[in-house]
Ligand binder design. Sequence first.
Ligand SMILES: C[S@@+](CC[C@H](N)C(=O)[O-])C[C@H]1O[C@@H](n2cnc3c(N)ncnc32)[C@H](O)[C@@H]1O
Length: 308
Amino acid sequence: MKQIINTESGHVPVLLEESIHFLAPKDGGVYIDATFGGGGHSEAILKAAKCSVIALDRDEDAAKRAISFSKKYIDRFSFFLSNFSQIDSIIGENFFDGILFDFGVSSFQLEDVARGFSFQVNGPLDMRMGNSGLTAGEVINSFKEEEIFQIIKFYGEERFAKRISHDIVNNRPINTTFELANIVRSVIPKVSLIDPATKTFQAFRIFVNDELKEIDIALSKIENLVIKNKIKKANIVTIAFHSLEDRIVKNWIRKNQSKKDEINEKKIILRENVRKVVVPRREEQQKNPRSRSARLRAVTLEYLGEKE
Ligand SMILES: C[S@@+](CC[C@H](N)C(=O)[O-])C[C@H]1O[C@@H](n2cnc3c(N)ncnc32)[C@H](O)[C@@H]1O
């Protein structure tokens, strides 16, 4: 395995070599990096072929990082500050050859104290990737106990959700990441190296950013774009960091495959390019612990043409 590329940005792109392998950039091709972040994957795509990249991110800080890309790759790179659920309005009637989704948060977001994503640094409870919608603090301090319970249970898959939500409500107002983390830690016994606050933080982050719905909408819009724009072949690569994200992608793949017997009526076909998920090799996991939970899926969508 080649050395892991640490971009100028500081965020180490995960499963980089594997993503490029399945995206298979070709000269003249158009690739969408739906989660630009620090641009590690965008850069690798642009270096792999004389192709173009259309990058998206909902985070204004990512937009600022993209400026240097626009200067370096004039005519080959463009950036849109947008949620990927809006992918159809950005692509319009244009064609594309591949799309990459590297879900979740970047190291920039995690390490920026003011963003409130991490329980390892003490900051305000914000957790928004963009700058609209409720902050985590607003949710934590104003929602009913039952609603907080549902968020922690479903988006954190946390079995202690009942007790955590109860203690959260009894300790309001909660203003900082350390305050929230300490409440969770006081409820859950620490039995492994994983911080007990991990799942609760994940839950509020997913809720605040409506992350699962974003994925669901984007995937179904891609299907429609391939049909509407008559795209012969598009490679789609996804990198998920927890089972909730991965399950949405897996179900989307199954849904499209289950139509196999209706092939004559179908306008689109989906081929799975890996039998199961691809996980980072041990070397990558050691060098970049954040990569440990990553799961890559790769499919090709093909437009089959108009049916009688
Ligand atoms: C894991 S990072 C991507 C890192 C990037 N591949 C790199 O190599 O630097 C995920 C990025 O996706 C963005 N993101 C997450 N959900 C999004 C959504 N629904 N729409 C647009 N961007 C999103 C986040 O703001 C973050 O910058």
